[in-house]
Design a protein around this ligand. Structure first.
Ligand SMILES: *Cc1c(COP(=O)(O)O)cnc(C)c1O
Length: 416
């Protein structure tokens, strides 16, 4: 349903493509930036065009090369979703197609419903984002979709699980893991999957590192998942999700389920997301540099017993994975404080620039205590198993001047 093809005749680089493809001003009364199309339904140019659009939407027929298929109804697709989808594709190396959803969890739920049925298994790296963990255990397991956990960073366990789980249909890898930043080997997982006769799909939740610093499709993954709420949108003012893939048929399957669940990203939010995409690489680079400066300055602080950040990894396997799949460390770090939970809470209480809130990836810095908030659904054993102690705090670094942030973190550490 491509009504918004751009006119750029030659191949351009990603930072240019995000501003030139997917949008044709002639279709928006000449406006230089996309308009918002809030209509729920679309007028057909003829009954024949309507018939053709439905044939294609219902999968009875495929569009011909360059065929312009008319829009039907906004739950299936609408111009702002199509613009955002077209413009995000060049930012993800290896991607050919994308689908937008009204949250990261909507994207992940749709992924599971599109590809898994009762009797299938989902292999996942542990720990996972709390919502994803809840989805697998409280919603999908009772429906007969099994799950198999593999500790983040354990390459042998991951490849063995993929080789041995005969009913595996989906491998869901979240790397780096939040909040300890342990990394899992995407390339090894993809190889194990592709060595099987019925390859399970490899999906990577790339929210923490992508699209700037880690490119899962280039490493062999089939699908990349984002909570666009975080770095992609970047201002902590909207919810969104995106899934990108190499194979447009996989994305088409997701769109089919999305049309039933009604969880497409709405026009206003699609417009907002689309307007943030041209700056995502700038923001992420600034935020990652800020984080690296702060980590370098704070790493030896006497109040901190353990610091979690990619440049500080000391396990050889973790260093190997980092060097093979990440360009920079990103803008999220965590550390553990001498003095336990009380010290962690006092630290958060004393901050004056970074705000005590969950979420990450916004231009403003945020700090939280994962064990009692984002990860509080896990049992004490599970928390211990994945390294989330009650003395750990997590910081998402924004675009403030890093020297002010450092001063704020340091005064709070010094005081406890
Ligand atoms: C926030 C987040 C999600 C969920 O995204 P929402 O947009 O909040 O639904 C999934 N995965 C990761 C890694 C996240 O940080």
């Amino acid at each position: 349903m491509k009504n918004q093809e751009s006119k750029t005749p030659y191949i351009v680089r990603p930072q240019t493509a995000v501003l030139t493809r997917g949008f044709n001003p002639e279709l928006s009364a000449g406006s230089a930036r996309p308009a918002v199309f809030r209509s729920s339904t679309y007028v057909f140019s003829s009954p024949e065009s309507a018939e053709r659009a439905f044939e294609i939407a219902l999968g009875k027929s495929k569009p011909a090369e360059n065929e312009s298929v008319e829009l039907i109804y906004a739950r299936l697709s609408h111009p702002n979703a199509e613009i955002a989808e077209d413009q995000i594709v060049p930012l993800e190396p290896g991607a050919r197609s994308a689908a937008v959803f009204n949250s990261g969890m909507a994207a992940i739920s749709t992924l599971c419903f599109a590809f898994c049925k009762p009797g299938d298994a989902i292999i996942y790296t542990n720990p996972l984002y709390g919502g994803t963990h809840h989805l697998l255990h409280q919603m999908l397991a009772p429906l007969g979709i099994e799950n198999v956990a593999v500790p983040a960073g354990d390459t042998t366990a991951l490849t063995e699980a993929i080789t041995r789980t005969a009913n595996a249909r989906l491998v869901f890898i979240e790397t780096p893991a939040n909040p300890t930043l342990r990394m899992s080997d995407i390339r090894a997982a993809a190889k194990a999957a592709h060595d099987r006769t019925h390859s399970p799909l490899i999906a990577v939740d790339n929210t923490l590192m992508g699209p700037a610093f880690q490119h899962p499709l280039a490493l062999g993954a089939d699908l990349v998942v984002y909570s666009a709420t975080k770095y992609l949108a970047g201002f902590s003012d909207m919810l969104g999700g995106v899934i990108l893939g190499k194979d447009p048929e996989l994305i088409e399957a997701l769109r089919g389920i999305r049309a039933m669940l009604g969880n497409i990203l709405q026009p206003d939010e699609s417009w907002l997301l689309d307007s943030r995409l041209p700056t995502v690489l700038f923001r992420m680079h600034r935020q990652s540099k800020n984080a690296q400066h702060i980590v370098d300055a704070l790493a030896g602080h006497p109040g901190i017993c353990t610091f979690h950040y990619p440049s500080l990894f000391d396990e050889p396997e973790q260093k190997r994975i980092r060097d093979a799949q990440c360009r920079y460390g990103g803008a999220l770090f965590s550390f553990e404080l001498h003095g336990g939970k009380r010290a962690a809470f006092d630290f958060l209480r004393r901050l004056t620039i970074a705000r005590n809130a969950v979420s990450l990836g916004g231009v403003e810095s945020l700090a939280c205590h994962p064990a009692t908030t984002t990860h509080s659904e896990m049992t004490a054993d599970e928390l211990r198993g994945c390294g989330v102690s009650d003395r750990l705090v997590r910081i998402s670094v924004g675009v403030e001047d890093w020297r002010d942030l450092l001063k704020d973190l340091r005064q709070s550490l010094d005081a406890i």
